[in-house]
Design a protein around this ligand. Structure first.
Ligand SMILES: O=C(O)CCC(=O)C(=O)O
Length: 230
């Protein structure tokens, strides 16, 4: 698979068509099977088998690391499961929170919250800027089935206050990322993004994985889950 790293770093988004084979999609669907509970769900303690699949040689973690040009590890997993019965819109925003093992005061790490019982924090933008997100499409997301939209280049603006997000939405022409089952949409984690309610809703499962450099946390802070064999 050709990874256009320059374009990814400039635009902040790159669709990797057919990154997962039919078997690969089936593997991820099975690994996530029992986890589906509709809408968005945080996978706060991902199963070792799921992490093994992500960390497998040439797998998703390798793709994320190649796109960033440094080794990364998965640090946050979410499952979005839109369907006829569960259909919602997400307004323009940046993904800025990291789940961590425990709250501990460090300069630049602020706005601690608890989500699904796990401490989350906004890290300094110097850390977020080194992160990559992969959205693994386990179903089609065509033009009427809530494709993700991004504002190209907005990941280079650091942490944006709400009013600045609104300003960039008026200024930058959005890109709509339709995708097929098995496609992986790679994002720079800080990119401003949104999605509409599906106009013709069908099931649309997306495994969302944020990756960060393993050594990016200062002393006293730790990732919220460890990797198998770590
Ligand atoms: O999958 C979606 O529709 C929205 C996802 C989203 O907002 C996010 O990844 O932060």
């Amino acid at each position: 698979m050709l990874l256009d790293r320059d374009s990814f770093q400039r635009e902040g988004a790159l669709l990797l068509e057919g990154a997962l084979s039919v078997m690969g999609v089936e593997t991820y669907r099975k690994l996530l099977g029992a986890t589906y509970r509709g809408a968005g769900q945080r996978l706060t303690q991902p199963k070792p088998a799921l992490l093994d699949a992500i960390m497998a040689s040439g797998g998703l973690c390798s793709i994320a690391s190649k796109l960033e040009g440094e080794p990364l590890r998965p640090v946050r997993l979410l499952l979005f499961d839109k369907s006829e019965s569960v259909n919602w819109a997400v307004d323009w925003h940046q993904d800025r929170v990291l789940p961590l093992a425990r709250e501990y005061s460090q300069p630049g790490f602020d706005r601690w919250t608890s989500k699904s019982g796990v401490p989350h924090v906004e890290p300094p933008s110097s850390l977020s800027e080194r992160m990559v997100t992969l959205r693994v499409h386990l179903d089609d997301s065509g033009p009427t089935n809530a494709p993700l939209k991004t504002l190209p280049g907005s990941h280079q603006m650091g942490r944006l206050p709400v009013e600045a997000v609104a300003r960039e939405v008026r200024r930058i022409r959005p890109v709509v990322h339709t995708a097929h089952t098995g496609d992986v949409l790679a994002l720079k984690t800080l990119i401003v993004h949104a999605s509409e309610r599906a106009k013709e809703p069908q099931r649309r499962r997306v495994l969302h994985i944020d990756f960060a450099p393993p050594d990016a946390l200062p002393e006293g802070l730790d990732w919220s889950f460890s990797l198998p064999n770590n």
